[in-house]
Design a protein around this ligand. Structure first.
Ligand code: ACO
Length: 342
C-alpha cells in the first residue's frame, strides 16, 4: 500500500477503487413471503419491478454489522492492514442514529480509532456522490486510504400498508478502498475512476422520503405515523429516473471522450428492472452490456451498485481492461454517473 505500483498513473485528482467487499443479511424474503406482510402477489411484483427476493436485517442485526463484514472482506481481498485506513466514509440514507454517524459506528466495530469518519446522504446516488467526495479528499491528502462504505437497512423503514413501496426495497452493504494511487499488493481487481458527474433537482425533494428525522416530532410512548417510513410517488419517480439516468450517462461519456460503443458494461442503480431496461435501450446498449441483479436483492439504495459490481466480477462480466459505466438516481432528487476503468 505504501509505494505506488505505477506512479505515472497518479494525477492530482486520481482515485483508485479496490477490494469490493459486500454483505447482505442471511434472511431472504421472497415475494411469497411478502404476500403474508401486505396485500400483494408475486406476479404483480415480478411484472412491475423484476424483483423476486430481497434480504432483510433480522433481530438486532444492523447495517453497520453488514458494513463491517464487507470491510473485512475488502481488507482481505487487498491485503491492506486495518491501521492504514485514514477515513471511513459511509453512504447511507438509513443511518442507525441521527448522530453519531454510521461511519463512527462502523469504525468502532472494526476496531479503528482516530480516523476521520462521517456519513454522506445522497440516498440511492450515495455511492456515486461518495466517489466524488473521496476524489476531493484524495486531492487534499494523496496519502489517504479511505474505506468507502455503503450500508443500508431500508427494511427498518417500510410501511406494510403502502404496498406499492414496501415490496421494492432490501438491505445490504458494500465496501472498497479509495486511494490516490494503485495499491501495490498484487492479485486483486481495481478500477481507476474516470469522469464523474453528480447532480440534483431539489424541487422534487418530497417525491421520495425516508422519515424518522426532526421534521416529524414524535412523543415518547405515542405511535409513529406514515411519515416515519419510506414514502414515494412511484410513477413520477419512474419518469424522472429514466430521463436523468440517460442524460447523465451521456454527459459523463462525452466528458470522458467515449461513445456508447466503448462501454463494456453498464451497471445502473438496481431499483427496478423496467427502469434498467428503459435506460439501457435509450442509451442504445445491447442487453448483454446491461447488468441487472435487482431480482435477487430489490432496491438496496446506496449499496445497489456495489452489490451489482461484486456480482458482475464473480460472474466474469468485469475483467481487467474493461470500461464500466455506473449511474444512479435517488431521493433528493439526486443523480450521478461515472466511468470506471478496470
Ligand atoms: N401488489 C399488488 N398490486 C399493487 C401493488 C402491489 N405491491 N402496488 C400497487 N398495486 C396496484 C395499485 O393499487 C394499483 O391498483 P388500482 O389500479 O386498482 O388502483 C395498480 O397496482 C397500479 O398502481 P401504480 O402505483 O400506479 O403502479 P405502477 O405501474 O406505477 O407501478 C411502481 C408502481 C412499481 C412503484 C412503479 O411506479 C415504479 O417502478 N416506480 C419507480 C419506483 C422506483 O423504482 N423507485 C426507486 C428509484 S429511486 C430510489 O431508488 C429511491
Amino acid at each position: 500500500m505504501d509505494a505506488p505500483a505505477d506512479s505515472s498513473a497518479f494525477s492530482s485528482h486520481s482515485l483508485y477503487l479496490s477490494g469490493f467487499g459486500t454483505c447482505v443479511p442471511e434472511k431472504v424474503v421472497t415475494n411469497f413471503d411478502m404476500e403474508q406482510l401486505t396485500n400483494t402477489n408475486d406476479e404483480w411484483i415480478v411484472t412491475r419491478t423484476g424483483i423476486r427476493n430481497r434480504h432483510f436485517l433480522s433481530g438486532d442485526e444492523q447495517p453497520s454489522d453488514l458494513a463491517v463484514k464487507a470491510a473485512q472482506q475488502t481488507l482481505a481481498n487487498t491485503g491492506v492492514a486495518l491501521e492504514r485506513i485514514t477515513h471511513v466514509v459511509v453512504a447511507t440514507c438509513t443511518p442507525e442514529y441521527l448522530s453519531p454517524s454510521t461511519a463512527c459506528v462502523v469504525a468502532q466495530k472494526l476496531g479503528l480509532r482516530h480516523c476521520i469518519a462521517f456519513d454522506i446522504n445522497a440516498a440511492c446516488t450515495g455511492f456515486i456522490y461518495a466517489l466524488n467526495v473521496c476524489q476531493g479528499l484524495l486531492c487534499a491528502d494523496p496519502q489517504a486510504c479511505i474505506l468507502l462504505v455503503t450500508a443500508e437497512g431500508l427494511s427498518r423503514r417500510l410501511n406494510w400498508q403502502d404496498r406499492s413501496t414496501c415490496v421494492l426495497f432490501g438491505d445490504g452493504a458494500g465496501a472498497s478502498l479509495a486511494t490516490a494511487r494503485p495499491l501495490d499488493t498484487p492479485g486483486h481487481l481495481s478500477a481507476r475512476l474516470g469522469s464523474i458527474r453528480c447532480s440534483s433537482d431539489t424541487d422534487c425533494w418530497d417525491l421520495i422520503c425516508v422519515g424518522g428525522g426532526t421534521h416529524d416530532p414524535y412523543t415518547l410512548g405515542e405511535p409513529v405515523n406514515e411519515h416515519f417510513f419510506v414514502t414515494m410517488q412511484g410513477r413520477e419517480v419512474f419518469k424522472h429516473a429514466v430521463r436523468a439516468l440517460v442524460s447523465i450517462s451521456r454527459e459523463v461519456l462525452e466528458q470522458e471522450g467515449l461513445g456508447i460503443e466503448d462501454v463494456d458494461l453498464f451497471i445502473p442503480h438496481q431499483a427496478n428492472l423496467r427502469i434498467i431496461e428503459a435506460v439501457g435501450s435509450r442509451l442504445g446498449l445491447a442487453d448483454d452490456k446491461v447488468f441487472a441483479n435487482v431480482g435477487s436483492y430489490g432496491n438496496t439504495s446506496a449499496s445497489s451498485i456495489p452489490l451489482a459490481m461484486a456480482e458482475a466480477f464473480s460472474q466474469g462480466r468485469i475483467k481487467p481492461g474493461m470500461k464500466v459505466l455506473v449511474a444512479s438516481f435517488g431521493s433528493g432528487f439526486t443523480w450521478g454517473a461515472a466511468v470506471l476503468q478496470f
